[in-house]
Design a protein around this ligand. Structure first.
Ligand code: ADP
Length: 424
């Protein structure tokens, strides 16, 4: 297939399967251009729905969707729809990339899927019981529906596999690590990898002499310390519950609280549900997990909203401080995710006490930039603060293109471009 610029191109289908949903995106490589994306929701429920968008084109299908196989068949129908479709034949799809949450300690990078990879993802179901099963379902049906197309797994945990033992070990009896694989794994790796590479590219820096702290602040939130292009520590741990205060997740806690509440009649199932779904900004404020709601409540003088926002910012600052201590020198601080990218006030709240670390925000520029990509620090700031919109789907497509088609030499040659990976 040849693109408009006469360059050979491949269309990559990126799939992200949840328990009752399937998100997809079709990306033209090496042009890094999305042709359109869609979402299938309420798989297995009485009434399912597919919504596909490509510029002005919109397609909505409402019908019962019994399982992921039917969902993918519906995606194929939508992609090739005569009026609102994105491609004329499904044979145009040259590769498929699957977002997979947990690759355990086995995968430090993306891999082409074969029977061994499927068996490994299956093995890691016990570490990610909510996420790996639907990810696997997506892989299985994609192999069934498009058997000839190469498929690649891109793991949320892979980027963090470079963490040294002193960062990934918990202070527990060794047998918990040896027998149950309890250690820090970290998540959001694809996003941290994408935004850190993009930040380097934007500021024309090379990973070998740049240390970064990357803050992915969305509904889920994590922060990663990156040296020489490699994750050396990250705030999410054995599960995505550890670390920052999030939309509905508690983040760090004294583990004794769990036992204390069990003694008071809560079951562990109830507590895990509370810690994942009813805590964080929502739990603290009692109002909402949405930053915009809390910002406007705080402006109207709501004390609980103010406290929730301050606790959120304080926790992020605490991690930045801890990571700055371990990185020794920090060159860049990156903000991404729904809150990191759009929430300029939250960025301000986080940075206004970090000048002692050389993190000097240009508050006017930070407000002006809003959600746009760019630098928001003072020219004299030792640490460059940047806002980068994340694009995990694109990173997945880049990985598929690299693994299945050998990548693109032109992109690789351009020394300021590190998106294809951190070659040294
Ligand atoms: P997820 O982790 O579910 O992908 P997102 O990255 O979309 O979440 O982030 C969701 C968060 O982003 C919400 O708390 C929302 O309030 C916040 N957000 C989105 N848009 C804005 C905005 N314009 N201003 C402030 N916060 C925003």
């Amino acid at each position: 297939m040849v693109g408009l610029d006469g360059k050979e191109c491949k269309l990559i289908l990126v799939l992200n399967c949840g328990s009752s949903s399937l998100k997809y995106d079709v990306i033209r490589m090496p042009h890094r251009q999305s042709l359109g994306k869609g979402l299938v929701e309420r798989i297995g429920e009485e009434k399912g729905m597919l919504e596909q968008k490509a510029g002005e084109k919109k397609l909505l299908i409402e019908q019962h969707i019994s399982d992921h196989k039917e969902a993918l068949e519906l995606v194929v129908r939508a992609l090739t729809d005569t009026d609102e479709g994105l491609i004329s034949s499904i044979d145009e799809i040259a590769g498929i990339g699957h977002r997979v949450v947990h690759g355990g300690d086995k995968y430090a990078s993306s891999v082409t899927i074969d029977e061994d990879v499927i068996a490994a993802i299956e093995e890691f179901v016990e570490l990610a019981p909510l996420h790996n099963p639907p990810n696997l379902a997506g892989i299985r049906v994609a192999r069934e529906v498009l058997p000839k197309v190469p498929q690649v797994a891109v793991f949320d945990t892979a980027f963090h596999q470079t963490m040294p033992p002193h960062a990934y070990l918990y202070g527990l009896p060794r047998k918990f690590y040896d027998e149950f694989k309890i250690r820090r794994y970290g998540f959001h790796g694809t996003s941290h990898r994408f935004v850190s590479a993009r930040a380097l590219q934007l500021c024309r820096r090379h990973p070998t002499n740049t240390n970064l702290i990357s803050c992915h602040l969305g509904n889920g939130a994590s922060i990663t310390a990156i040296a020489h292009g490699r994750s050396i520590d990250t705030s999410m741990g054995f599960t995505p519950l550890e670390g920052l205060i999030m939309g509905t997740r508690s983040g760090d806690l004294d583990p004794a609280i769990f036992a204390y509440l069990i003694d008071r009649g809560y079951t562990s199932k109830e507590l895990i549900n509370i810690l994942n779904k009813k805590s964080g900004l929502l739990g603290l404020s009692g109002i909402s997990n949405d930053l915009r709601d809390l910002e406007s409540e705080a402006e109207n003088g709501n004390q609980l909203a103010k406290e929730a926002l301050n606790a959120y910012a304080y926790r992020v600052r605490k991690y930045i401080g801890a990571y700055a201590a371990n990185l020794v020198k920090v060159d860049m601080l990156v903000f991404t995710g729904g809150i990191g990218q759009n929430g300029w006030r939250m960025r301000e709240r986080i940075c206004h006490r970090l000048e002692n670390l050389g993190i000097c925000m240009d508050f006017r520029l930070n407000k002006e930039k809003g959600c746009k990509e760019g630098v928001v620090s003072e020219a004299y700031s030792p640490v460059t603060i940047v806002v980068i919109p994340t694009n995990e789907e694109l990173q997945i497509a880049i990985d598929v293109y690299e693994l299945a088609f050998g990548g693109d030499d032109e992109y690789r040659r351009r020394s300021s471009d590190h998106l294809v990976g951190f070659e040294e």
